[in-house]
Design a protein around this ligand. Structure first.
Ligand code: ITT
Length: 182
């Protein structure tokens, strides 16, 4: 199960995991998002909350956009900031320095007292204006080495922070299955 209020995250995760032969179902729910300084802490608590709600092996993901010239803002508060000031509000806060990283923490909870965390980050920059239609911060984030925003990139799911974190999870999960099968 992939527990989230955000179907876009699930759709991307599902597509990525399918390439590893792992199937995923959506458990739509509003997860408690505690205030914390790191995505890992938020993800850990989200995983406990998700498992208490769906009672099945469950993946959750916590993401954050960290803008260097804003000392990492919005970081762990990315969800709240997107809902309040949104992309236009973020663009108004920026001057010339626009480097940023998009980070993902995947948490997998299968049984009590066992939460596995997998993190990944993609460096990049914030565009001058929103380009392309998609969801969340996609129209304003340009990954390093690219000239297009996530919203414009057809291959987003091959380069994104989500892809990199899920790849780590999939490798761990499949390797563990193999060891169990031996
Ligand atoms: P949950 O219910 O799973 O918590 P959420 O949308 O609140 O869903 P996060 O806290 O993980 O998700 O994400 C923080 C913000 O970053 C939120 O506004 C997301 O829409 C946005 N975001 C995350 N991944 C993104 C991506 O790949 N592209 C664009 N925006 C993204």
């Amino acid at each position: 199960m992939f527990a989230s209020s955000n179907k876009n995250k699930y759709e991307e995760a599902k597509g990525i995991l399918a390439k590893f032969g792992i199937s995923l179902r959506f458990f739509k729910c509003n997860l408690q998002e505690m205030q914390a300084d790191t995505l890992e802490e938020v993800a850990f608590h989200k995983a406990l909350d998700a498992f208490s709600k769906c009672s099945k092996p469950v993946i959750i993901e916590d993401d954050g956009l960290f803008i260097n010239s804003l000392k990492g803002f919005p970081g762990p508060y990315s969800s709240f900031v997107f809902k309040t000031i949104g992309n236009e509000g973020i663009l108004k806060l920026l001057k010339s320095k626009r480097s940023a990283t998009f980070q993902s923490v995947i948490a997998y909870y299968e049984r009590k007292n066992d939460v596995q965390l997998f993190n990944a980050a993609v460096s990049g920059k914030i565009s001058q204006k929103p380009i392309g239609k998609k969801w969340g911060y996609d129209p304003i984030f340009i990954p390093q080495g690219q000239t297009k925003t996530y919203a414009q990139l057809e291959e987003k799911n091959l380069v994104s922070h989500r892809y990199l974190a899920i790849k780590k999870f999939a490798n761990w999960y499949l390797h563990r299955q193999e060891s169990n099968d031996r």
